[in-house]
Design a protein around this ligand. Structure first.
Ligand SMILES: [Cu+2]
Length: 83
């Protein structure tokens, strides 16, 4: 199963909606010039502050739709759909 990736750049998550298979791991990479976080709306995962160049991984063991945001910039939102 291929790894799924989300890039953080220009104060946005790309792709904003990432679909994976249940059990798959997603890696976020902060390619921006400032800190961001990857924080689940239900707090089921949280990267903490991610400095530029850092990565965060989370495995989505259970199918579902997982909304997340950046705790520093709440207008930054994304979704992972695991199925
Ligand atoms: Cu941010």
């Amino acid at each position: 199963m291929a790894a799924a990736a989300v890039q953080i750049k220009n104060f946005a998550f790309a792709p904003a909606s990432q679909t994976v298979a249940a059990g798959q791991t997603v890696t976020w990479t902060n390619d921006d010039s400032t800190d961001h976080t990857v924080t689940a709306d239900d707090n089921s995962f949280d990267s903490g502050r991610l400095a530029p160049g850092k990565t965060f991984t989370h495995t989505f063991a259970t199918a579902g739709t997982y909304a997340y945001h950046c705790a520093i910039h709440p207008n930054m939102t994304g979704t992972v759909v695991a199925r």
